[in-house]
Structure formats: C-alpha cells, structure tokens
Design a protein. Structure first.
Length: 93
C-alpha cells in the first residue's frame, strides 16, 4: 500500500470515528440507549487503534523508503514534520 492509499485509508477511519461519535452524542439524549452507546464506544476505540496502527505503518514505510544519501535529510525532515502534525502534544525536537 503506498503512502497516498494509506493516507486515504486513515482519513476514512477518522471519518468513521467522527460518525460514530456523533451517533453516540445523539443517543445520549435518550434514556434507554446505554447498551448501544457502550457498543458504539467500543467500535470507536477499535477504529482509533486501527488508525493509530495505520499511521505508524505509514511512517515506518516512509522511513524504510530507500533513497540516495542526498535525499535522506529531506526525507527525515518530512517524516518529522508529519509526526509533529499528527502528534502536536509531543516535543519532537
């Protein structure tokens, strides 16, 4: 799977997560929906884990990409920039 396909897959997973979270929000307005909410929350957690693994795989694939020595510094900088965008809570310096 190439980087573009991985990015598309991750975006699809994040869309599914958003839809499920919206559904949970709507169900919380009702009184007899706790079981459904629990099931949906479990699905959200599973999708989040899958998305996290997909992002990690994409970064591993980027790091394993073979280039000549003159391109590697740019390549590592691009990978670092992606990490910063995806995980702003971490100091990547």
């Amino acid at each position: 799977m190439n980087t573009e396909e991985q990015t598309t897959r991750i975006a699809g997973l994040e869309t599914q997560i958003d839809l499920l979270q919206n559904e949970i929000f709507e169900l919380r307005k009702g009184k007899d929906s706790q079981k459904v909410i629990s099931e949906l929350m479990a699905q959200v957690m599973t999708l989040k884990k899958i998305a996290k693994c997909e992002r990690a795989q994409r970064l591993r694939d980027l790091a394993d990409y073979e280039t000549d020595d003159t391109m590697m510094p740019d390549f590592y900088e691009d990978a670092r920039r992606m990490l910063v965008m995806e995980h702003p809570e971490v100091d990547w310096r």
